[in-house]
Design a binder for this molecule. Structure first.
Ligand code: ADP
Length: 494
């Protein structure tokens, strides 16, 4: 197989987008973006450092203070954000191709879902900011109080590579919808798609300086953004390691911080579950996006009585997860994103081979791209490293359990708590397990599905804060209250 390059010979570049202009770094520094399907250069990106971040924060602050966006009527912001959503849909094929090129996500169904969700992020928050109510209370007919919400200022948005457009729009849309300005530091592994997204925002008439993007590396551009005194807060999605650094750098400041980290989520399958669907969705939960998803169901817990039947069916199902060129519409699993990620996943699979048994899959050496076959590990202790650490590759561990209490003990034996998937024919089992499962988001008899009004985020080591509807609104807004007495002030007696 010779992976294609996505067509078109022109060199792709990601320049910073600052104050409505596409610019190089102040010192002209760049870095190469690599195509994981063939390890060849895919493009060049500007390498931002503190001066570029400072220019972006200054542009964002100027735009915020000018108020053309921050104080614009909500209906005006809605119109602009709807134009962004329309433009995302219009450029769906380009966005899918550039993501396939730089991070290997297949252009088929997964890309369609990414585009649909990215557009939805903008439409959803465009409407949310217009329709959201303030709160008003009447205290015993003596005091009327009401809240007012305002944009909070300039935010740093730091995003990962595993769903560059979808995960970035999930932060950009609420940040600017509620009237703030944004300085976005996208992942150094996927800057090209974000440069395209910046073009879309630019073309849709979002005023200059409201959205800014500075490309570069985490410890350089990312750290400079986090430390900049001009930002009101940081919304971050990524690794616990980077999150710790962000927490250290923001400690002792009044910056608000939202951290969405990883998971080691459990798919729990009881013997009364609809097994065909459970097998299909358990595979989708771990193999989608090559396992590079924070909500991946990377631990599959199966009730002992159906364990062997499940293994046979799961292996048969995994064969349909075709690994290959992300530009081939029949491909469902592309390469992992980077050489470092490839080596990391490979090391975990090798470790699993010594700690347990590889049921199927593994890493077949090849000299083209960073491809790893869907892999399943069995006969392994739930406390083993591959059962505890986030691998971020198409690697499932499958563990048997006796009953609900046993399933919960295994599932909750994790430092993470992002998602959970429960499969059972019993409503009471489903509810009681959901109640006790330490996870921020739980799906019963279903794969991953979103309602953007519900909170997205995890418990324990999976993060801090929630995103979605009123949660994003609270994070990206200042809320104040005003009160006045009903009747005479001295009669209010408060
Ligand atoms: P991964 O290892 O999966 O790439 P990271 O947490 O390293 O996840 O990266 C997620 C995002 O966080 C990227 O945009 C990256 O550049 C950024 N980042 C990494 N380290 C830091 C840091 N110390 N400060 C700020 N941003 C960082």
């Amino acid at each position: 197989m010779t992976p294609s390059t996505g067509g078109g010979g022109a060199a792709r570049t990601a320049r910073h987008y600052i104050g409505g202009r596409f610019t190089d770094s102040h010192d002209g520094a760049t870095f190469t973006v690599t195509n994981p399907s063939n390890r060849q250069p895919a493009g060049i990106a500007a390498r931002g450092r503190d001066k570029d971040v400072a220019a972006a924060v200054a542009a964002a602050t100027t735009a915020f203070e000018a108020g053309d966006w921050a104080r614009a009527p909500a209906s005006q912001r809605r119109s602009a954000l709807f134009r962004v959503a329309d433009a995302i849909e219009k450029r769906a094929a380009d966005l899918a191709a550039i993501q396939a090129l730089e991070m290997g996500e297949p252009i088929g169904e997964a890309a369609e879902a990414m585009v649909a969700r990215s557009a939805w992020n903008f439409r959803f928050f465009a409407e949310e900011q217009e329709l959201a109510a303030n709160q008003s209370y009447n205290l015993d007919d003596r005091l009327i109080t009401y809240t007012l919400t305002h944009p909070a200022g300039v935010f740093g948005l730091i995003t990962p590579w595993n769903g560059p457009v979808m995960l970035s729009t999930w932060k950009i849309a609420p940040c600017i919808a509620y009237g703030n300005s944004a300085v976005h530091k996208p992942s150094e592994l996927a800057p090209l798609s974000i440069a395209m997204l910046a073009e879309i925002l630019d073309g849709a008439g979002v005023p200059p300086g409201v959205y800014n993007a500075v490309h570069g590396f985490g410890p350089e551009a990312g750290a400079a953004l986090v430390e900049h005194p001009g930002i009101a807060g940081v919304s971050f999605t990524g690794s616990p390691r980077a999150a710790q650094d962000i927490s250290r750098r923001t400690a002792g400041t009044s910056k608000r911080v939202s951290l969405e980290l990883g998971g080691k989520s459990a798919t729990i399958i009881f013997d009364d579950a609809p097994l065909d669907e459970a097998v299909r969705e358990a595979a989708a939960a771990i193999f989608s996006n090559t396992g590079q998803s924070c909500v991946a169901g990377s631990r599959i817990l199966v009730q002992q009585s159906i364990y062997h039947e499940f293994l046979a069916r799961f292996e048969a199902c995994a064969e349909r997860w075709r690994v290959g060129d992300p530009f081939d519409p029949d491909t469902v699993i592309g390469p992992v994103v980077s050489e470092a990620q490839y080596e990391r996943v490979k090391a975990y699979i090798e470790l699993a081979g010594t700690e347990g048994t590889i049921l199927f899959g593994g890493v077949a050496p090849r000299d083209d791209g960073l491809f790893i076959d869907p892999t399943a590990i069995i006969d392994i202790d739930p406390g083993a490293r591959v059962c505890q650490e986030e691998i971020f590759g198409p690697v499932a561990v499958i563990l048997p359990f006796a009953d609900a209490a046993d399933a919960l003990a295994i599932a909750n034996d994790s430092s993470y708590g992002l998602a959970g998937y429960i499969w059972t024919g019993s409503q009471s089992t489903a509810h009681s397990v959901a109640l006790q499962l330490e996870a921020g988001m739980i799906w019963i008899n279903s794969g991953f599905a979103r309602d953007l009004r519900q909170p997205f985020g995890g418990v324990k080591g999976s993060g801090e804060g929630r995103e979605g509807a009123n949660h994003s609104r609270a994070f990206f807004s200042e809320t104040r209250f005003v009160s006045f007495p009903v009747g005479r002030f001295d009669e209010a007696g408060l």
